[in-house]
Design a protein. Structure first.
Lengths: 155, 789
């Protein structure tokens, strides 16, 4: 219970800082992902330093899906190059950002969108990118009953 | 001794006078106008690029990030930034998925305008996997895709500039970060809309981990880029410069040169922008004005931080394209302690004055709000000396703490002595931000400063297009002053008297203040047809171009009469027998490109009384191009008064051939018809060839109609072939026959009724015969009876 409250608090905090408007992205940073700390946070190394990058606009609830999400992130990003587009800095210093792969095989993918598309994360209500990419991905995941949406009761 | 003193005095005076004449005109302090809220829309608008057409200072374009929906905010001005409109007034954005407005955009707009009038708009696409560039050749009204470069990309900058490089009177370059390194591509531009292919991608050496760059093009075509390394962290960092010595040539950029270090790292929090953070925002600008004391000098602007929270704006310069740099010059003139950030630099190509604008928190006790500030420095002296800083923003803006705050950069254009900064503003000093002070709107201002000689610019000649002879047309000749001293127009003359310049009510000379255009009226009064041109000569006090010539052109059209060929009527029964007439269309049309006035259509000639016209309009009548007189109702009517082979007349059309003088001309067509009585004409042929002689032709009238009994009317043996030859020069026709009834050779009239014609011919020694029937009406004459064996 205490853990759930803490997570809810963090999520609310991030929503508060990011706001409810579409995200446009700004200065970005290119580096290598050296760790996947949680289903939403990775460590981006830019050679002379590193940042904790929290993927903006999504929420990964506790449970088996969170584990899958972290595995998904690990497979997608760990040891690979990525670009983060900063939206905001959280008070704990995390870079709240959109995160993109730069993979020779996969190409350039929005990691947040891919998590939501695979049912491994929800988008924050009232938050989306300029063209509704997160909503579209979530709709696709629901329709295909992926991950979080695998059962009819899932919301 | 006294004489020597006098001589010395005169020498000193002469030197002083020479110095005065060589020095730039006294400069004025910057003068700002009232701020303008460009966007006036919900949500946050920030990270604006702003560009000014160097060849038409009335044209500006602003291009910003938006958060309230798709696309990028876009606005344009055609009056030097006094008023602004939107290419897409419906949503004030382009690159938003609407057709014809470029691929959908994410962000990071940048723009540049070249001297041909090409406007380049570059941004990151909506999928954030490509740099897109659009081209506008009509001042930012419409756009066409120019180039798309794919990859893991960030922060593009597009710059276009004149060069002396062979084949590249203008070069356009785009620099951006791709997969962690700076890359660039450039293209030669040879005219409006004539942008060549971009050269292959150049990965700039030694820039791994370097970002947030800018690029500048030297007058020689050499290209210099700057970026910040490392791009991560709050600092310290270095600003790295790379030089591409052959510009658009095959060689790549050289190794990086450290222009300066700065404590403002790529993600550096400062009190006015603690969450979003700022970078050093390095910017480059060349002095590209030939004749400038520092022609070819390269300036670098950036943010430094001598002590925590106290960022300053610094400028360095290089006289060797960035190979080495001067000591820093602190631009902001406030006491230490407050933040200055997001600087932009621009060198006026018409005066070489250096303008720097930035966000400034000097008036914020908590160092958290900012006002826009600017300053300029003349291009004189060994080192730029910036004038006292001037607050140009009318209100203080505070970040709303969300979104991208003030953004990562601001915009600046400076041409013809007018500075146009563009920034994100929450002050609502204009009172028309729909979000009040809660969200950022894109703001700008017009700030005058810097001097230069008057400079004439005539964007275009005068093209009247198609004009009708006899008409008159008025065009506009814009004479602009792209300098900052007054342009005095002494005279404007035309080499062709058909083109005349309307003298303004106050007469010549006409004074045009800086950054404005005077619209002279040019009247074209054609006196001849076909292409017409005039050389218009403008004499002004522009020291570089005291006499400028432009062309005025027009294509003069006229109406053109087309009258059908001569008209041959069918044999027609004479009036003494019956009221018989043969009408034929008379086609009088206008094949020209302008209206044609027809004053009369009349019949004359030997037998004019046999002819009449019907469907004639009232004269004079005006016929539009492609139309006919009477629109199909005009006919010539033949009603002969005597039996004769040729009853001739002519029809004459009189029209205005020269609308300017009213001179008329005529065209005539011949009319011909044969006067007959009721009857017929018979031609006998063998295999289609008239027979020289016919054994017998017998004509019987069938009393009681088609089924009555026959009564012989005529019988002739050994009928010879007869030939009637038309009189040359008439509309009459030649023909042949063997026997005719009711015509010249046999004036016996056939009474109306049904007739049986029997023809006997000797063919191959045998007598053969054929019968045929025909009917004669009250006005009937069948001249086409052919019996063929």
């Amino acid at each position: 219970m205490r853990k759930k409250c803490a997570i809810a608090g963090v999520v609310g905090f991030i929503i508060l800082w990011v706001g409810l408007l579409p995200a446009v992205g700004g200065d970005s940073l290119y580096g290598k992902v050296t760790a996947v700390k949680s289903p939403q946070v990775v460590v981006l190394d830019y050679r002379t330093g590193h940042y904790n990058v929290r993927i903006v606009g999504i929420d990964v609830p506790e449970g088996p899906v969170a584990k899958q999400a972290q595995q998904f992130l690990t497979k997608l990003l760990l040891g690979k190059h990525a670009r983060m587009r900063l939206e905001q800095r959280a008070r704990n210093g995390d870079m709240v950002a959109r995160l993109f792969t730069d993979d020779p095989v996969l190409g350039i993918k929005d990691v947040g969108v891919e998590l939501v598309r695979n049912g491994l994360a929800r988008r924050h209500e009232k938050f989306d990118y300029k063209y509704g990419e997160l909503a579209a991905a979530e709709s696709e995941a629901k329709k295909a009953r992926r991950g979080l949406w695998a059962t009819a009761q899932a919301q | 001794m006294r004489k020597q003193s006098l001589l010395a005095f005169f020498l000193q005076f002469a030197v002083f006078a020479a110095l005065l004449s060589a020095a730039p005109a006294a400069r004025a302090q910057l003068t700002a106008h009232t701020d303008i809220d460009l966007s006036q829309k919900p949500g946050d608008d920030s990270e604006c690029a702003i560009s000014k057409n160097p060849s038409n200072p009335n044209q500006l374009f602003a291009f910003c990030n938006v958060t309230s929906g798709p696309g990028l905010f876009a606005a344009r001005s055609i009056d030097g930034g006094v008023t602004w409109t939107y290419p897409d007034p419906a949503d004030k954005t382009i690159a938003d998925g609407d057709p014809g407005q470029g691929p959908a955009a994410c962000c990071d707009p940048t723009s540049s305008w070249d001297s041909f009038g090409n406007l380049y708009l570059t941004y990151i696409n909506s999928s954030i996997n490509a740099i897109v560039t659009l081209l506008s050749t009509d001042g930012g009204a419409t756009f066409t895709p120019l180039a798309t470069f794919s990859g893991s990309v960030d922060q593009p900058t597009v710059v276009a500039a004149n060069t002396t490089a062979p084949g590249a009177p203008v070069a356009v370059w785009i620099v951006w970060n791709q997969s962690g390194q700076m890359v660039a591509r450039g293209a030669a531009v040879t005219g409006l809309g004539a942008v060549g292919a971009f050269n292959p991608l150049q990965t700039i050496p030694g820039t791994s981990g370097c970002s947030f760059g800018d690029i500048a093009i030297a007058p020689s075509g050499v290209v210099v880029q700057v970026c910040e390394s490392p791009s991560g962290g709050s600092g310290p960092a270095n600003l790295l410069v790379n030089i591409d010595g052959d510009g658009l040539g095959p060689s790549n950029f050289g190794a990086p040169i450290t222009a300066t270090a700065t404590n403002v790292g790529g993600f550096h929090p400062i009190p006015p922008q603690p969450n979003r953070t700022v970078d050093a925002e390095a910017g480059l600008a060349f002095d590209s004005r030939p004749g400038s004391p520092h022609f070819g000098r390269l300036y670098l602007v950036y943010s430094s931080e001598p002590s925590a929270g106290d960022t300053d704006i610094q400028v360095r310069f290089s006289d060797n394209n960035g190979s080495s740099w001067s000591a820093p010059i602190r631009v902001n003139d406030d006491p230490p302690g407050r933040s200055q950030f997001l600087p932009r630099i621009f060198v006026d190509p018409t005066s070489s004055y250096i303008s720097v604008c930035w966000h400034d928190s000097r008036n914020s006790a908590t160092n958290t709000s900012m006002e826009e500030y600017c300053t300029i420095a003349p291009p004189t002296g060994a080192t730029p000396v910036f004038e006292p800083n001037v607050r140009v923003g009318d209100g203080a803006s505070t970040s709303n703490g969300a979104g991208i705050e003030f953004g990562d950069y601001s915009g600046l254009a400076y041409v013809t002595g007018v500075i146009h900064p563009a920034w994100a503003d929450t002050s609502n000093s204009t009172g028309n931000n729909p979000n009040g002070t809660a969200n950022f709107d894109a703001y700008t201002d017009r700030i005058t400063g810097g001097t230069t000689a008057p400079q004439i610019q005539v964007p275009n000649g005068v093209a009247f297009g198609n004009i009708c002879l006899g008409g008159k047309s008025t065009g506009t000749l814009n004479v602009c002053n792209t300098g900052t001293d007054d342009l005095v127009i002494t005279s404007i003359t035309s080499s062709n008297p058909q083109f005349s310049i309307v003298t303004p009510s106050a007469g010549f000379p006409v004074t045009v203040s800086h950054d404005f255009c005077f619209p002279f009226s040019v009247i074209f009064t054609p006196t001849g047809s076909g292409p017409q041109t005039s050389t218009i000569t403008i004499v002004t006090n522009d020291p570089s171009h005291p006499t400028v010539t432009v062309q005025a052109t027009a294509q003069v059209g006229v109406g053109s009469l087309s009258l059908d060929a001569d008209i041959l009527f069918p044999p027609t029964v004479i009036q003494s027998v019956g009221s018989c007439h043969s009408p034929k269309p008379l086609v009088v049309s206008n094949k020209g490109t302008c209206d044609l006035t027809i004053t009369s259509i009349a019949i004359g000639g030997a037998n004019a009384g046999d002819y009449a016209l019907s469907g004639t309009p009232g004269f004079p009548v005006t016929v539009e191009p492609g139309h006919t007189v009477g629109e199909g109702d005009l006919n010539a009517i033949f009603g002969p008064r005597a039996v004769a082979r040729e009853r001739t007349a002519d029809v004459t059309v009189t029209f205005v051939s020269d609308p300017t003088s009213g001179t008329t001309s005529t065209q005539t067509a011949q009319l011909c018809g044969e006067g007959v009585r009721t009857g017929a004409r018979v031609l006998v042929t063998q295999g289609g060839v008239p027979m020289p002689k016919v054994h017998e032709i017998e004509l019987k009238r069938l009393h009681g109609g088609w089924f009555g009994f026959a009564k012989e009317v005529d019988e002739v043996k050994n009928a010879l072939l007869q030939t009637v030859t038309a009189t040359p020069g008439t509309a009459c026709a030649s023909f042949q026959f063997h026997r005719e009834y009711g015509a010249v050779t046999d004036a016996e009239q056939l009474v109306p009724g049904v007739y049986q014609l029997k023809v006997e011919a000797i063919i191959a020694g045998k007598e053969v015969r054929k019968k045929t029937f025909f009917q004669v009406g009250t006005c009937g004459f069948d001249g086409t009876i052919v019996v063929d064996f």
